[in-house]
Design a protein around this ligand. Structure first.
Ligand SMILES: [Fe+2]
Length: 313
């Protein structure tokens, strides 16, 4: 049966963040992995993409890491229209094997990391309201596709994500070997904090030394998808910028609702890849079992995702 829309006073919500009936229905049905129903994007949705993309272009040229700029070119993203994930994947998969995988909402932590291990990137398909371009607590397709995915066309970066997914698998296996239930939850919570903090200060908000040794460039997706913060992260005297130090990062809490006052820079993607290895080594040595308290917290679904994935030795 089809229904006829008779109320013409409000425009269709299309695939707008927090207002998309298609997403609400998928969530009600417990469907996490979905399709991208491209025909549901409204002209307002495309207009939001056009505005977001248009104002970022000059900022990317000025602040972004050159591998990101190459990635934007490689993906042939259309500045005018919300991208089709199929098109993005057609360009990306031959380069690194990564694919954007549409999801209906939050992906529990272990499942998210495990998608990375399999070179899949859980991707939000909704887009923010065209009148509210700046602050958005939720990810949207602009953050995920314009902020994250161009980096996934770079082999060294893509390999780092896979390595990170492997470290999450190691975490699940370590935790599965803990007999005492309370200790198991304590350990998974602490290791998760360390993993999430690492991810935050690198993949989401990472800076890198410029190849010429002068200055810093952005490779973190939270910065690459933020018109205001990308400039603030490099130019503002209010930001502390330090060389990446693993012992600091895993013990450093963060807050998501304002510009970051503290950022870390790596030397190269090879350096970043190597640090994931150290992270995993520390995990195996028990050095992540008691990290400093504070954000991020771990939801019940996150805990469950790790505990269900573990394979006890
Ligand atoms: Fe992100």
């Amino acid at each position: 049966m089809t229904s006829v829309r008779t109320d013409r006073s409000t425009p269709p919500a299309g695939l707008t963040t927090t207002k998309a009936p298609f997403i609400e229905e998928a969530q009600r049905n417990g469907e996490l992995y979905i399709q991208q129903p491209y025909e549901l994007y409204t002209e307002d949705n495309h207009e939001a993409w056009r505005r977001l993309f248009g104002r970022m272009t000059a900022r990317w040229q000025r602040y972004a890491n050159h591998r990101f700029l190459q990635g934007v070119d490689n993906l042939a993203l259309d500045p005018q229209r919300v991208p089709r994930l199929e098109d993005v994947n057609r360009f990306m998969a031959p380069l690194t094997g990564f694919r954007a995988k549409p999801v209906s909402g939050y992906v529990p932590a272990y499942l998210f990391f495990d998608c990375l291990r399999q070179r899949e990137f859980p991707t939000t398909i909704t887009i923010r309201d065209k009148e509210k371009l700046d602050y958005l607590p939720e990810p949207d397709i602009f953050h995920d596709i314009a902020g994250h995915v161009p980096m996934h066309t770079d082999k060294a970066f893509a390999d780092t994500l896979v390595r990170f997914g492997e470290a999450a698998r190691t975490a699940a296996d370590i935790v599965a070997g803990v007999k005492d239930q309370d200790e198991r939850v304590h350990r998974v919570t602490n290791i998760f904090k360390a993993l999430a903090r690492f991810f935050w200060f690198t993949i989401e908000f990472g800076l890198m030394r410029s190849p010429d040794g002068k200055g810093l460039r952005v490779y973190g997706s939270g910065l690459l998808s933020s018109y205001g913060e990308i400039a603030h992260s490099i130019d503002s005297p209010d930001v502390q910028r330090f060389p990446f130090q693993l012992e600091w990062v895993v013990n450093q809490y963060f807050e998501i609702d304002h510009y970051q006052p503290l950022l870390f820079y790596v030397d190269s993607f090879a350096h970043l890849f190597e640090q994931v290895g150290v992270l995993e080594k520390w995990m195996k040595q028990g050095k992540l079992n008691n990290v400093a308290p504070g954000e991020p917290s771990m939801s019940e679904a996150d805990v469950k995702s790790f505990l269900e994935a573990g394979r006890a030795a």
